[in-house]
Design a protein around this ligand. Structure first.
Ligand SMILES: [Zn+2]
Length: 78
């Protein structure tokens, strides 16, 4: 496997496992590093909220794969 293939797999894994959600920047695409578009926001569960995003950058591999990017927000206020 080439290094490029390995890094694609890592980015896909990150997208599936969940990236950090920032209230300021939202979720950053694990492949291209750009901000992503939210298409689904789940309700709070305990102090955690899951969102689903898509990258909208046309040349991004996750975008061309129509890969869903999951994000996890954790409420630190409690
Ligand atoms: Zn991207």
């Amino acid at each position: 496997m080439t290094a490029a293939q390995t890094s694609i797999i890592l980015a896909v894994k990150k997208a599936e496992n969940g990236v950090d959600y920032s209230s300021r920047y939202g979720a950053i695409c694990p492949w291209c590093g750009r901000r992503t578009m939210i298409y689904k926001t789940m309700p709070w569960y305990n102090n955690t909220r899951i969102r689903y995003h898509r990258c909208t950058h046309l040349k991004c591999i996750l975008m061309t794969m129509s890969k869903t990017i999951k994000s996890v927000e954790i409420d630190q206020s409690q």
